[in-house]
Design a binder for this molecule. Structure first.
Ligand code: SF4
Length: 183
């Protein structure tokens, strides 16, 4: 099974989100992926056109790869779900390495916050990532959707209404926070 970077990020955020997304249950009007794509295409990185290339490996599309430096760049709208972004870019580096493509490190970019973070792939990651992939396969191949995780950031997730419809006590139990799942 080929696994995308988005699936890896959703796996880190919430198994239910991973399952729903993989089973094509999406809400286009609020889709974070659509918003991310629009944001990236609207982000003006003039030097990119010359230096960076887009890569496709298995079913993964890496938007910006600096072949001269062996650096993967990943751009996000917000750093509020950074652990998921770190996992995603580490997965990209893992895949590049697996296919013999030179990669030295990754850079997470948050243009709106004017932040960049370097991400390295460690030996620990090389051992952990196959375990993530096995767990992802297990989650998505299950016939039933995992339970809602009831985390504060659920309020900002595109699936919130779907997950908590008709569950007023749950909605009340999930406090308002400034967070954005999957951004
Ligand atoms: S609302 Fe919460 S439980 Fe539902 S998919 Fe999103 S993060 Fe997961």
């Amino acid at each position: 099974m080929s696994i995308t970077g988005t699936q890896v990020a959703y796996y880190i955020v919430c198994p239910r989100k991973l399952w729903l997304f993989t089973h094509h249950i999406n809400f286009e009007q609020t889709s974070e992926l659509v918003a991310d794509g629009r944001f990236i295409s609207e982000s003006t990185y003039e030097r990119r056109a010359d230096r960076y290339v887009q890569l496709e490996i298995e079913c993964v599309k890496i938007d910006f790869y600096d072949a001269a430096e062996g650096v993967v760049h990943e751009t996000k709208r917000s750093n509020k779900m950074e652990p998921a972004h770190i996992a995603q870019i580490k997965y990209y580096m893992y895949l590049l390495e697996k296919h013999g493509i030179p990669v030295h490190y990754g850079i997470l970019e948050y243009p709106k916050q004017r932040l960049t973070h370097r991400v390295d792939l460690t030996d620990e990651d090389r051992q952990a990532i196959p375990r993530w992939l096995a767990e992802i396969e297990q989650i998505v191949s299950s016939p039933s959707c995992p339970a809602a995780i009831q985390e504060p950031f659920c309020k900002q997730c595109a699936y919130f209404d779907f997950c908590y419809a008709d569950e007023e006590p749950l909605q009340a139990a999930v406090p308002q926070v400034e967070n954005t799942v999957g951004q």
